[in-house]
Design a protein around this ligand. Structure first.
Ligand SMILES: CC(C)(COP(=O)(O)OP(=O)(O)OC[C@H]1O[C@@H](n2cnc3c(N)ncnc32)[C@H](O)[C@@H]1OP(=O)(O)O)[C@@H](O)C(=O)NCCC(=O)NCCS
Length: 150
């Protein structure tokens, strides 16, 4: 799928120097979208352990980010696809997903776990529901939100 045209007002950085990222600000964006179970030092370590990271800035302020967790060759998962609500609806989410996905040509498995309500977002870009996926639910909320009835 084609990557949406870049907005010249924004700066797009793939695999930036993660030492320059303000992780407390990243956490504030997670809070803004109501994902409240991450800590600054842990998310910094998680991004450092990712195979690809992507950040979008308005001036020096982070407005969107996403990452790929993978083994570098066969298996990869897109994670933490986030756009600041103040900048949603401008194609940035689509840009994150298509740019990260374009890094994964020739991989054997590329997948992701959509947040509840985000199915249509991924389907609009051609992603398919995986009939063979299994999850080990990390608690009752995941069991409720991500699992089929037995
Ligand atoms: C989901 C999210 C990343 C979309 O970012 P965005 O920048 O607003 O998305 P875009 O502007 O690129 O929209 C792309 C398309 O998806 C649609 N879309 C966006 N969010 C959607 C949603 N939650 N449900 C259904 N469709 C959605 C848009 O209408 C648009 O459709 P179009 O191309 O036909 O106009 C953003 O809403 C977000 O950060 N949400 C909170 C975190 C989250 O749910 N992340 C993704 C799940 S892991």
């Amino acid at each position: 799928m084609n990557i949406p045209v870049e907005n010249p007002l924004f700066t797009y950085k793939i695999n930036p120097d993660l030492a320059e990222i303000d992780w407390d600000y990243v956490i504030s964006l997670f809070y803004k979208i109501n994902w409240k179970h991450r800590k600054a030092e842990e998310i910094a370590a998680a991004f450092k352990n990712s195979t690809t990271t992507l950040f979008i800035f308005n001036d020096d302020q982070i407005i969107a980010f996403g990452r790929v967790v993978g083994d570098g060759r066969y298996y990869a998962m897109l994670a933490d696809i986030v756009v600041d609500p103040d900048f949603q609806g401008q194609g940035l989410g689509k840009y994150l997903v298509t740019t990260l996905n374009n890094q994964l040509v020739d991989y054997h498995f590329v997948n992701l776990s959509a947040a509840p309500g985000a199915d249509a977002f991924y389907k609009s870009m051609g992603w398919k529901k995986q009939t063979t996926a299994f999850i080990w639910p990390q608690g009752p909320k995941q069991l409720r939100q991500h699992c089929e009835e037995d």
